[in-house]
Unconditional design. Sequence first.
Length: 566
Amino acid sequence: MNAEQLLAHYERMAEAPDAIARLRRFVLDLAVRGKLVGQEASDEPTAQLIEAIATQKGNFGRPAHVEALPTVDEPFPCPAGWLWSTVGEICTKTGSGSTPRGGKDAYQTNGIPFLRSQNVYDDGLLLDDVAYIAPETHTRMAGTAVRPSDLLLNITGGSMGRCCRVEADFHEANVSQHVAIIRPALADMSAFLHMVVLSPYFQGFVFGEQTGAGRGGLPKNKMDQIPVPLPPLAEQHRIVAKVDELMALCDRLEEARKEREAARDCLTAASLTRLNAPDPDPATFTTHARFALDNLPALTTRADQIKQLRQTILNLAVRGKLVKQDPSELPAKAFWKSRLGAEVEQASQQGEVPFECPTGWCWTTVQQTLAMHREISYGVIKLGDEPKVGGISTLRCSDVRPGLIELSGVRKVREEIEADYSRTRLRGGEIVINIRGTLGGVALVPDTLAGFNVAREVAVVPIAPEISGSFMVYTMLSPFFWDYIQSNLRGIAYKGLNLGILRNLPIPFPPLAEQSRIVAKVDELMALCDRLESSLTTGDNTRQRLLEAILHEALEPTEARELEPA
């Protein structure tokens, strides 16, 4: 295959999760299986390569022979002319380094580099924070000295499996006990062997053979037994050249994807910023809003963007910018005057309001939205042991989620305990809000939960029946409301919201009919967000399957595909 072919296919799979990383792994997988380049009859046979390896081992005082892997032990079929051996058989040195005497106290600001796992990366050594040891320490640790063309493989910890090749111009260094040296008998094999070590095939052995509790690790005896496929040396060089070409192409594709995502992120951020502006220009706001809402699928390609979009929808809703106002509707102040027999109080005694509301709206507080003769309160302090039979279902903060109540984990409390908390016994229609623990949960109580109670982390807000409970929930879930809550939390280790503060939190209040229209619009847009989230998951799965199919089609040599049906 060539770069043009892959580019032609790439747009069909570019949005698959980890597309580039998967592409890189697939390239390596095909390479070690002999499916990336064709075999050539003129290549020097692998048997002669084996003889050269054996001779070089003898020159280093090792047994001058190379054991081939029995056919029955071969992990997968290789092309004609390839042979199987093991890491230990084709190398003159394998094994981990060691810690200098004195440990970290032996480190210096200069001297001989002492390479640790944090210095080893797949694409080379990173020496920004390299440690140094004294020349005499380096001499004492001669068995852990690094040479050009060595492979350095991390064999413990979170970076296990990372492997780099030591460049030809590298001078001298030692390695720690967390890094293994793999020294191929022939330096010309180093690049191919590095590619093998990085392949999914070899990495499966690295992680499958690790031992040890906690940190884990790959012992030398296990590493030495990992099978290695060996093509003729000339074919190794062709494979390495093809892998280098394709990895360079992956670099370009990755850069192009980053640029594309950055541009899309800027567009999304700019659109949401315009919509969330405290005082947008009325002349342009409608245009921006229409653009954003009409292009939701294009603007939201990640789960975090959909979360931002949900917050933007709620922000628009509580500011009266999601639906049009109807001048013929009874203004909110008139409703409060008829209900309270007086003008509604402002959100603060100074008459300050968080933002300007549309005509017909007014500011009130959570306290003023309560049903007559009912108060905000929290529930059972200690649930006690759950009764084996009977009991009262009691909602905890883990049960109250943003916009819903999750019943799968609801506990029960004994009737005699619950009897002391009848004030928080639910009737249906109240709002429950987490004031401690898992903050962020706010939900409307359905009538089917009448008779339930709540734990002390959950406050019951009995909303007046004339007011839309759904509108109040959306208001309490909005960024505006939660900014107030976050700034009013009390406590150090276990922060919570005081009920007195909750009662006085400001509420932007539209006419009742407009509340219903806002709820309907929010429901519609949240359902669209749900579909977008679902389509992202479905799309990701589809793109993953498409990715695998396209990679096989685009990367396998043409002659191999032609032979498969036969």
